[in-house]
Design a protein around this ligand. Structure first.
Ligand code: PRT
Ligand code: ZN
Length: 284
């Protein structure tokens, strides 16, 4: 019995998807331009597909699970369940208008033409705001639509914002925040679910590790108490005596978002020789 996973064949999610599987200890047999491969050391078959097709394949159980942007899953409106947010492929689906426009709220869109590759999500957004507008579905290069007179506004994915900027547009509303998600078929068999649980256990350990750093530092013993107070612990930090009398080595784990803040405080509390080390897996 194997768990079949669908991932993007090429594009923005491909590398991170493959890396996630690798970090989970799942080796893929190499093969360029393959539709399908399998793992030597985990009961998994990997299908490489266009991202737009992944929700359908998972709904139809051609694949048991898949990795896809939440934006694509919601646009396609397929029966597949989100099991885990994966923390990469982050972007937002936004409304943008010409930089020179006087934008004064979503009412601006009333009666306007909107170009997008996400007609379903845009229609839902307009309905929620009780706005009538004309949606022009186009398949790519949405950002050039206002410049060539095809539309008054666009709804497109944005990450850095540079594409909008280069096309003389400004971002005015967020329709949706998105990232890559792991999805599963709604009626997964018990054997597949068991493999998925194993995979999820590993994915969560990898995600935790990515969000945390291992920190080692030297502290004068008379400052130890204060330094330990600054360290949020999973449990309390490890404290070991140094060869030099009056000093200790302190080991702890810090999460990415509080990291710099705490490091500064540790320094001013007298910590020295601070080492920060990536964590490979973290199981609590
Ligand atoms: O061939 P296939 O159909 O599989 O791929 P695709 O071309 O449809 O998708 P791809 O590879 O471009 O994107 C796959 C997924 O990556 C998307 O569905 C999103 O979930 C996610 N993602 C994250 C993005 C972006 N960031 C992103 N910035 N997808 C697209 N963009 C595009 C956007 O459309 C715009 O053209 O990048 C441009 C804007 O980027 P910035 O940085 O200039 O703002
Ligand atoms: Zn696509």
């Amino acid at each position: 019995m194997k768990l079949k996973i669908a991932i993007q064949k090429s594009g923005r999610l491909y590398e991170d998807s493959v890396k996630l599987l690798k970090d989970c200890g799942i080796d893929l047999k190499n093969g360029v331009n393959k539709l399908k491969t399998e793992s030597d050391n985990f009961p998994m078959e990997i299908y490489f597909l266009r991202d737009d097709d992944i929700p359908q394949y998972v709904e139809d159980a051609v694949a048991d699970i898949g990795i896809v942007g939440e934006n694509v899953l919601l646009e396609k409106n397929k029966k597949a369940e989100i099991v885990e947010q994966l923390g990469f492929g982050k972007c937002r689906l936004s409304v943008a208008v010409g930089r020179g426009e006087k934008y004064d709220g979503v009412q601006f869109l009333e009666g306007k033409k909107i170009a997008t590759t996400y007609p379903v999500l845009v229609q839902r957004y307009l309905d929620t705001h009780k706005i009538n507008a004309e949606i022009h579905e186009i398949s790519g290069s949405v950002e050039i639509a206002p410049g060539i007179g095809l539309a008054d506004a666009i709804v497109d994915l944005v990450s850095s914002g540079s594409t909008l900027f280069m096309n003389g547009l400004k971002e005015v509303e967020t329709v949706l925040k998105s990232q890559a998600v792991l999805i599963r078929n709604a009626q997964l068999g018990a054997a597949q679910q068991e493999i998925l649980d194993k995979l999820l256990f590993r994915i969560r350990a990898v995600k935790k590790a990515r969000n945390n750093k291992y920190v080692l530092l030297n502290a004068p013993n008379d400052q130890l108490e204060e330094i330990i107070r600054l360290l949020p612990g999973m449990k309390s930090p490890t404290v070991l005596p140094l060869a030099e009398p009056g000093w200790s080595s302190v080991h702890s784990v810090l999460s990415e978002n509080e990291f710099w803040d705490i490091i500064e405080k540790l320094k001013s509390a007298g910590a020295q020789g601070i080492l920060v080390v990536p964590i490979e897996k973290m199981i609590i």
